[in-house]
Design a binder for this molecule. Structure first.
Ligand code: 13P
Length: 255
């Protein structure tokens, strides 16, 4: 059984004070929701404070990126050693990292390896751009990204994959549940080939891209879709809690 998974990627939003306020607004209700793994991914500068706020709660913490070296002269970077004291998860290969900051498949692969070596669970993001989608290259692109990111890595269950089509991120134009489920099924087949069927069946694969309280049900009611990586809607306490509550209800019903 794959435990449903909802993560909030706050991206470059919230000052330290705003981040604490947002956690306070959702903490009590979010903490009570059972049957869903809940993860908040605030900016680096809020990880320390929020890790303390989440102590003794059922809510987990994740970072949004990291460098693959453990330490050294890499001005401005954050290492797995620094993160592992604070959080259990780290988002890697987000399309904003790939497209705005030139992160390559090879770097993503190094980051996934470094995260796993440090007991951080990667939330590995893959997804095609609009032009790839329109050219019918979705499967080719995600297959390349998944294969490259997992290259040289022994099969592990401590990994979550998020399928985030670039054209659906922050645009208000989410994929349809059917489209997302089909690509997620394809990704599972890629993992089965790369690793094995058992692991592929056990891995959580999420959808991300313009997920809201209004459309979460469309995704989560597909058995193939194990949860969501939520951007904009995770910055609104009421809406994010609603997304997690709906997920818990629907997944319980369709178990
Ligand atoms: P939005 O939910 O704002 O479209 O962002 C999705 C995303 O990129 C999550 O990582």
């Amino acid at each position: 059984m794959r435990i449903p998974f909802i993560a909030g990627n706050w991206k470059m939003n919230t000052t330290a004070a705003e981040a604490e306020r947002l956690v306070l607004e959702m903490l009590e209700r979010l903490d009570k929701i059972e049957g869903v793994e809940k993860v908040l991914c605030p900016p680096f500068v809020s990880l320390v404070a929020i890790s303390m706020m989440l102590e003794n709660s059922s809510i987990k913490l994740g970072a949004q990126n990291m460098y693959f070296e453990a330490k050294g002269a890499y001005t401005g970077e954050i290492s797995p050693l620094m993160l592992r004291e604070l959080c259990g998860f780290v988002i890697l290969g987000h399309s904003e990292r790939r497209w705005y900051f030139g992160e390559t498949d090879e770097q993503v692969n190094k980051k996934v390896k470094a995260a796993l070596a440090n007991k951080l669970k990667p939330i590995l993001c893959v997804g095609e751009r609009l032009e790839d989608n329109e050219a019918g290259k979705t499967e080719e692109v995600v297959s390349r990204q998944v294969t490259a990111a997992l290259s040289g890595i022994e099969p592990v269950r401590d990994l979550v994959i998020a399928y985030e089509p670039v054209w659906a991120i922050g645009t208000g134009k989410a994929a349809s549940g059917k489209q997302a489920a089909a690509t997620i099924q394809f990704i599972r087949a890629v993992v089965a080939k790369l690793w094995n069927k058992g692991i592929a069946q056990d891995l959580r694969i999420l959808y991300g891209g313009s997920v809201t309280g209004a459309n979460i049900a469309e995704f989560i009611s597909h058995p193939e879709i194990d949860g969501a990586l939520v951007g904009g809607a995770s910055l609104k306490a009421e809406e994010f809690v609603g997304i997690v509550e709906r997920t818990a209800e629907i997944k319980k019903r369709t178990k």
